[in-house]
Design a protein around this ligand. Structure first.
Ligand SMILES: Nc1nc2c(c(=O)[nH]1)N[C@H]1C(S)=C(S)[C@@H](COP(=O)(O)O)O[C@H]1N2
Ligand SMILES: [Mo]
Length: 329
């Protein structure tokens, strides 16, 4: 197990990490070349993007119904660094269902977010299937500005809109047997066109993640239905995703279709694929390096509209120790 390496586009040792802005510009440059050589007819999206008369611009994908009446929670109104530009967060994503690169915002528009249903099931007194309307009626929405830290060592600050996970716990009432929760993301290989195999290993689709129940009940654990003042764009995991700000980003499953309360620690996507690199707990921890790179510092992207970034010291628990450190003593 420990000998198997599954390098993803971003899994590169710290010493050879390409600055994010350079990486992005190079990718765009390469795509432009590819688009030019293949011709606009087989690359319609790229072709449109370049001519500016686009069927699918980034702005269109971000233009979701506004959540105007939602108030920012004063306890989470700001952090120690600026909010990342929406047009940056919306075009630099991880969403393997739509591809292993960062530029999945176009491919993710295939996600059928309309008439969404999420099944809440398992060891609960009140199992129930909710649609997005039910969720918004049942759970009052608020906005929280959270730091966001990917295990790849880039970070952002994102203004999420949603509701605390503990509200769902109160509604469905897990039984005393329930010790963990498992989240399953939408998966349909006809639509989610991301890789099925990597280096001879089958990816354990669908994407799943999990938490201990006491982690889920923590004040910070959040379900997002919106971001930047409107409903979630598809690339951010519409219409419902987890946000766990003290853990690495991969813990936050996108486009959730199922929430199961279970007795034993559930298998999860990255932990199943590469267990020695992605543990179940995955708390942000500057003193615990990833096997292939340091986690002592991070590249904060949020200084401007593009990939201007600054190097920052990684904060234990991503800066949320006062809320969560007691969970891990
Ligand atoms: N279903 C699903 N959820 C996912 C992922 C994914 O590939 N599939 N990637 C994770 C990772 S590694 C990160 S860093 C965040 C990225 O969220 P963002 O694109 O909204 O910034 O989503 C997480 N949730
Ligand atoms: Mo990530």
């Amino acid at each position: 197990m420990t000998l198997i390496r599954v390098p993803k586009s971003w899994e590169i040792p710290d010493r050879s990490v390409t600055p994010v802005d350079v990486f992005f510009n190079r990718r765009r440059f390469l795509k432009t070349l590819v688009g030019a050589s293949l011709g606009a007819s087989i690359m319609p999206i790229l072709g449109c993007q370049q001519s500016g008369e686009s069927a699918l611009t980034l702005e269109k994908t971000l233009n979701k119904p506004k959540l105007n009446s939602v108030k920012r929670n004063p306890a989470f109104a700001e952090v120690d660094r600026p909010i990342t530009a929406e047009t940056l967060a919306g075009r630099y994503n991880n969403f393997y269902e739509y591809g292993s690169g960062k530029s999945i915002w176009q491919a993710a528009q295939a996600l059928p977010a309309e008439n969404w249903k999420v099944e809440v099931t398992g060891l609960v007194k009140n199992p129930r299937t909710y649609d997005l309307d039910d969720l918004q009626k049942k759970f009052p929405l608020s906005e929280r500005v959270y730091r966001f830290r990917c295990v790849e060592a880039w970070s952002m600050v994102i203004p999420w809109i949603g509701f605390p996970m503990r509200e769902l716990i109160a509604a469905v009432e897990p039984t005393s047997q329930a010790k963990f929760v498992r989240f399953t993301s939408y998966y349909d290989p006809k639509i989610t066109i991301g890789p099925a195999w990597t280096l001879g290993r089958k990816l354990p689709w669908p994407y799943t993640e999990g938490l201990r129940l006491d982690e889920m009940a923590n004040e910070l654990a959040f379900f997002a239905v919106g971001v930047y003042g409107h409903l979630l764009p598809d690339q951010h995991g519409a219409p419902l995703r987890e946000v766990i700000p003290w853990k690495y980003g991969f813990k936050g499953a996108k486009s959730i279709v199922k929430i199961e309360f279970v007795e034993n620690q559930p298998a999860t996507f990255w932990n199943t694929l590469v267990p020695n690199e992605y543990d179940f707990i995955a708390n942000v921890n500057p003193t615990k390096p990833h096997p292939r790179w340091s986690q002592a510092t991070e590249k904060f992207v949020g200084k401007g509209p593009n990939f201007e970034w600054e190097k920052r010291a990684t904060l234990p628990y991503n800066g949320y120790g006062e809320y969560v450190a007691s969970l891990y003593v």
